[in-house]
Design a protein around this ligand. Structure first.
Ligand code: PEP
Length: 247
């Protein structure tokens, strides 16, 4: 049976009162093979981790610093995320690349710190609308992947790639099935070239995934799940996506 992964990116949304929503997500998303990762804002992580106790539900951070500790006001390290109960961290989300000017090289330094801290890294890649219109989408995604693959020994088996076309994030526009298929095939082949034959890297799709389009998206070859933003904030919109995963 194929294993799927569904990641809930809460972004900068959620207060203590919303932990109940995470419980409703965890209670409603049980499956022996499919995994859920809830990535709340960092201040909620430790409280969530003391409350959630579901075998297939994990917690993740949305970013980390590349250093272990030090004079970095306002930042948190990968080790701190792990200490607060996270097993995963999202790195290189397009909002961090755009609003915090993160380069693929910096994202790789963060990934190395995260692997050292024992986390699984979810690296986001994706082209902007103008890059796609110029026909440069595989060049852009290839460059973003090259900075992070091959994976060092410390990260072996602990990398997930999330393909998120920037123009599909939070816009209600979903990439066509053929566009998703072409890019996932490209990423799959890229990873294959750099992996030992027994390893595989899950490839998630992200960008306006919801209960209506999920079945179609999950039917595309080399789609191993999804990274969900807006629809992940409530169990009533997230759980039906989970139940759209192939059995
Ligand atoms: C995201 O934040 O990574 C994302 C895909 O958001 P949305 O599902 O809202 O498009």
């Amino acid at each position: 049976m194929t294993h799927y992964l569904l990641v809930a990116n809460w972004k900068m949304n959620g207060l203590a009162g919303d932990i109940d929503e995470a419980i409703r997500i965890a209670d409603g998303c049980t499956h022996p093979n499919h995994q859920v990762v809830i990535c709340p804002p960092a201040p909620l992580l430790s409280r969530m981790s003391t409350i959630l106790d579901h075998e297939n539900v994990h917690l993740g951070g949305q970013d980390c610093h590349s250093s272990k500790s030090g004079a970095h006001t306002g930042d948190h390290s990968a080790q701190m995320l792990a200490d607060a109960g996270a097993n995963y961290v999202i790195l290189g989300h397009s909002e961090r690349r755009a609003f915090h000017h993160e380069t693929s090289e910096l994202i790789n330094l963060k990934a190395q710190a995260a692997w050292q801290a024992g986390l699984t890294v979810i690296i986001c890649v994706g082209e902007s609308e103008s890059e796609r219109l110029e026909g440069r989408e595989t060049e852009i995604v290839g460059d973003q992947l090259s900075a992070n693959i091959p994976v060092p020994e410390s990260g072996k088996g602990r990398l997930v790639v999330a393909y998120e076309p920037v123009w599909a994030i939070g816009t209600g526009r979903v990439a066509e099935k053929a566009e998703i298929a072409n890019m996932h095939q490209f990423i799959f082949q890229f990873c294959q070239r750099h992996l030992a034959s027994e390893d595989s890297i899950p490839i998630l799709y992200g960008g306006s995934v919801n209960a209506t389009n999920a079945v179609d998206i999950f039917s595309v070859p080399h789609v191993s799940g999804a990274l969900v933003g807006g629809a992940s904030l409530k169990a009533k919109t997230f759980n039906p996506i989970f139940h759209s995963l192939p059995n």
